[in-house]
Design a protein around this ligand. Structure first.
Ligand code: NDP
Length: 312
C-alpha cells in the first residue's frame, strides 16, 4: 500500500471535478483526481447535450466528459480510476484512503462527487435509459416537442419539470403516488392551471413498454385497495423527479452537510466549514444541477484552493 503527498486532491470526476483539474493543473498544482466508479459522472448516462455552450451542434454526454478529461490530463492532472473509501479532515495535511487502502496526504481537497437521481427501481428504467427514460427535463425535454410525456413525483421538482415540459410537449401526465402534491402551493396552482398537464393521483408506475424506445407505461391506481385498477398510458418520454441523493456519505461527520446531505459551502466561495476543503458541483448544489453550473463551481474551487495554498 502506497502513501503519497499532493497539493490538491480532487474527489469526483464530472464537469466540476475535471474543470477543477484543468484549472489546478494549469496553476502548476499537479492535482490528483480520483474519478470514482462512474468516471464522468451523470453526463455519461445521458445522450445528447445541447445546452452546454461551445457545442452548437450538440455533443454526446460521454464524449463531452472524455474531452473534459483529456483537457485536464493535457496540463498534468493525474487521474486514477478508483474510489475514495475514507477521509480524515481533522488535521492538515488531510488523510484520504482509497478503496485499495492507499493513503493520500493532501494539503487541499476539492470534493466533486455529484449527486444521483433517484429511480423507482424498475428493470424497465434500465432497459430504456436514454431511450425515453430521463431524470432531467431541462436536459432532455427538447427531444419531446409535440409529444406525450409523463413525469413521476409530487414535489417541487416534479411540478417544475412538468411545467417546463408542458411548454414543449403536447401533453404531460404527472404521476403522483399519493392523493395530494407535496409541492409548494404556488407550484401546485400553476400545474393545476396548465391545460395540457393531467395529474394522475394515487398512481404508481409498474412497468414501461415499447419496441426500442418507450411507447407507454403501465400504471396501477389505488394499489392494494379494493378499487385497484391497472391501465396503460401512451407516452414517448418518462421523466423521474422523485429527488436526488448527493454522493456525500463518506464525508458525514467530517464536514457540515445540510439535512438532505448536500455539502454546505460559504457561497459565493466553495469553502466548506473545514479550511482547505472545498466543494463543487451537484454535491453542494440542490438547486441548479446543470453541467455548466458544476463546471463553474469546479473552476471556483480550484481558484479557492490555489489562494488557500498561497496563504498557507
Ligand atoms: P421531494 O423530496 O420534495 O419530493 C419527492 C417527490 O417524489 C414526492 O412527491 C414523493 O412522494 C415522490 N416520490 C419519492 N419516491 C417515490 C417513489 N418511489 N415513487 C413515486 N413517487 C416517489 O423532492 P424534490 O426534488 O421535488 O425537491 C427537493 C427539494 O428542493 C424540496 O425541498 C423542494 O421544495 C426544493 N425545490 C424547490 C424548487 C423551487 O422552489 N422552485 C424547485 C425544485 C425543488 P411523497 O410525497 O409520497 O413522499
Amino acid at each position: 500500500m502506497a502513501e503519497e503527498k499532493v497539493k490538491v486532491l480532487i474527489i469526483g470526476s464530472g464537469p466540476a471535478g475535471y474543470t477543477a483539474g484543468i484549472y489546478a493543473s494549469r496553476a502548476n498544482l499537479s492535482p490528483l483526481i480520483y474519478e470514482g466508479n462512474q468516471p464522468g459522472g451523470q453526463l455519461t448516462q445521458t445522450t445528447e447535450i445541447e445546452n452546454f455552450p461551445g457545442y452548437p451542434e450538440g455533443i454526446q454526454g460521454p464524449e463531452m466528459m472524455e474531452e473534459f478529461r483529456r483537457q485536464a490530463e493535457r496540463f498534468g492532472a493525474r487521474i486514477v480510476s478508483k474510489t475514495v473509501a475514507e477521509v480524515d479532515f481533522s488535521e492538515r495535511p488531510f488523510k484520504v484512503k482509497d478503496e485499495d487502502g492507499n493513503v493520500i496526504l493532501a494539503d487541499t481537497v476539492i470534493i466533486s462527487t455529484g449527486a444521483s437521481a433517484r429511480y423507482l427501481g424498475l428493470s424497465d428504467e434500465e432497459k430504456y435509459r436514454g431511450m425515453g427514460v430521463s431524470a432531467c427535463a431541462t436536459c432532455d425535454g427538447f427531444f419531446y416537442r409535440k409529444k406525450t410525456v409523463a413525469v413521476v413525483g409530487g414535489g417541487d421538482t416534479a411540478c417544475e419539470e412538468a411545467l417546463y415540459l408542458s411548454t414543449l410537449a403536447k401533453k404531460v401526465y404527472l404521476i403522483v403516488r399519493k392523493n395530494y402534491l407535496r409541492a409548494s402551493e404556488v407550484m401546485q396552482k400553476r400545474v393545476r392551471e396548465r391545460e395540457n398537464i393531467e395529474i394522475l393521483f394515487n398512481c404508481n408506475t409498474v412497468g414501461l413498454f415499447g419496441d426500442e424506445v418507450v411507447e407507454g407505461a403501465k400504471i396501477v391506481e389505488g394499489k392494494g385497495t379494493e378499487n385497484e385498477q391497472v391501465f396503460d398510458i401512451d407516452i414517448d418520454g418518462f421523466f423521474l423527479a422523485i429527488g436526488h441523493t448527493p454522493n456525500t456519505g463518506i464525508f458525514r461527520g467530517q464536514i457540515d452537510l445540510d439535512e438532505e446531505g448536500y455539502i454546505k459551502v460559504k457561497a459565493p466561495s466553495t469553502a466548506t466549514n473545514v479550511e482547505g476543503v472545498f466543494a463543487a458541483g451537484d454535491c453542494a448544489d440542490p438547486t441548479y444541477r446543470q453541467a455548466i453550473a458544476a463546471a463553474g463551481t469546479g473552476c471556483r474551487a480550484a481558484l479557492d484552493a490555489e489562494r488557500f495554498l498561497m496563504e498557507h
